[in-house]
Ligand binder design. Structure first.
Ligand code: BTN
Length: 226
């Protein structure tokens, strides 16, 4: 595994794309990004004091139907990093990590497929450690703010890199999802409705119960308020 440390780049996910034909697993971590990217085409605040990391992994025989595990593994690695500082994060399905109702980290996964197999994945993680989040005050939180003391960026970075290399089970993911069994607000094609969150399936879809009917939803189709 090659691990590269940069002061600045546009986006660590973009940076790794130049290695897509290398066949060698690689992690890149930047102190800041000038064009940090989020899911659904959004941008991602990437100022100094956060950890901006992407991991490129090549697979020999990884079924695309199990691709959710790639995302789950990253979310668990972020949670374990926060837990090492005595914090109790939770996963907001599918892959945001929250602390006290605010976003601690975002994850952007970009897979390259070959038929029904995942050939490689780029998993990008942005983790707030001690960065200035004043402009996102009501929605984002850092490890330092949550812990009530300054957490050194290097320490969080080191732990995250280590946790990402450890094996993770689907149960590790599920035990950090806390909204199951509760009522949630679903937005699906412009329509808002309340439903009970029942379970998360191994393929990553969320089962909800709406007016007595159970429905499977994929993260791409809906947004969720918990
Ligand atoms: C989201 O919450 O919408 C996902 C955010 C993902 C941000 C990380 S930071 C490292 C990597 N590089 C990027 O440009 N994005 C991801």
């Amino acid at each position: 595994m090659v691990i590269e440390y940069l002061d600045e780049t546009d986006s660590t996910n973009e940076y790794l794309k130049r290695y897509l034909s290398s066949g060698e697993d690689r992690i890149v971590v930047a102190k800041r990004q000038t064009g940090g990217r989020g899911t659904k085409g959004r941008s991602f605040l990437s100022n100094e004091g956060g950890v901006y990391l992407s991991a490129l992994t090549f697979y020999r025989d990884f079924p695309a139907r199990d691709a959710f595990l790639i995302m789950a593994r990253a979310a668990v690695a972020v949670c374990k990093t926060a837990e090492a500082f005595g914090l109790s994060p939770e996963i907001k399905w599918p892959n945001d990590v929250y602390l006290s109702g605010k976003k601690l980290a975002g994850i952007l996964v970009e897979n390259s497929l070959d038929g029904d197999r995942v050939k490689s994945s780029i998993v990008g993680i942005g983790l707030n450690v001690c960065n200035d989040l004043r402009e996102l005050k009501s929605i984002a939180v850092s490890l330092s703010e949550a812990a009530g003391r300054t957490i050194p960026c290097e320490k969080a970075r080191e732990l995250l890199v280590e946790n990402l290399q450890n094996e993770v089970s689907f149960d590790d993911y599920l035990e950090r999802v806390r909204f199951l069994g509760r009522e949630v607000m679903v937005t699906e094609r412009g329509e808002n409705y309340r439903a009970k969150a029942v379970k998360i399936c191994a393929d990553g879809r969320l089962e909800i119960e709406r007016e007595g009917v159970n429905i499977l939803l994929s993260a791409a189709e809906i947004s969720l308020k918990i």
